[in-house]
Design a protein around this ligand. Structure first.
Ligand SMILES: [Zn+2]
Ligand SMILES: [Zn+2]
Length: 248
């Protein structure tokens, strides 16, 4: 998708380096450290939809009953940690990060993910190996970076745990834009992305990092590969969750 040239997009990384204030990417008010003002960061942390969540896929549950997706085919993870709902400001920031190559936003997102992990997972194992969901070759060429990997590296640093570079890797480019519109079942039936996972330490606990969780098919594939590669426990951390929509 083509995006209009924005002067601000060029200035943001510069401001990041020389530490001068710039307009908040969300509201336009003055922002310092992250390029997003404190008020917007607080609102992002609080904007999540209220109500019960599925522990495995973080979808908002109906008033009565459990997660329909996970009761039919549960995500093969112990637990997911999700910072934001994919709405409003979160959607804007993730779009800027991925589609407008605002790579500096990785720090904003990694910090939000880290805070969520600390909140939801206070008693963590001593050793956790972080991996990121790979980008297709086409996406890597288009963006020049893997959005999930940049976030995973920073989360690993904050958690003081190792990030396995190239732990999950793509062997061909098969993720297409149309996959985003398919349901989890449809996507699972479709050709799974041709990824591989490096051999992992036996009985290891891994944390797979990705940007957005929509149907869960990408995460499912990643988690299953990690288990086949030796992981004993697989957790997942994501920047945002697409809220309950008609795919559910
Ligand atoms: Zn703001
Ligand atoms: Zn679920």
């Amino acid at each position: 998708m083509a995006h209009a040239f924005r002067l601000g997009d060029l200035l943001q990384p510069l401001c990041q380096v020389i530490h001068i204030p710039r307009p908040c990417l969300v509201c336009g008010q003055r922002a310092w450290r992250y390029g997003v003002c404190q008020m917007c960061l607080c609102e992002l942390a609080q904007q999540r939809q209220q109500g019960r969540r599925c522990e495995r896929c973080w979808v908002q549950l109906p008033v009565i009953g459990g997660c329909r997706d996970c009761s039919a085919r549960p995500l093969d993870v112990e637990q997911v940690f999700v910072a934001w709902d994919y709405l409003d400001a979160a959607e804007l920031l993730i779009q800027a990060y991925k589609a407008r190559q605002q790579q500096w936003l990785a720090a904003v997102m990694a910090n939000a993910v880290y805070q969520q992990i600390v909140r939801q997972w206070p008693e963590r194992p001593e050793q956790i190996l972080l991996l990121s969901v790979p980008s297709s070759r086409a996406a890597l060429i288009r963006r020049g970076f893997n959005p999930a990997a940049e976030i995973a590296k920073l989360v690993a640093k904050q958690l003081r745990q190792p990030y396995l570079v190239g732990g999950l890797y793509s062997v061909s480019a098969q993720i297409t834009e149309t996959q985003k519109q398919r349901s989890r079942q449809q996507r699972l039936k479709a050709t799974a992305p041709a990824w591989q996972c490096a051999t992992l330490p036996a009985d290891s606990t891994v944390l797979v990092v990705d940007d957005v969780l929509t149907t869960g098919s990408t995460l499912q594939h990643a988690a299953q590969l990690c288990r086949l590669a030796g992981a004993y426990r697989v957790y997942a951390a994501l920047v945002a969750r697409t809220p309950w929509r008609d795919h559910f």
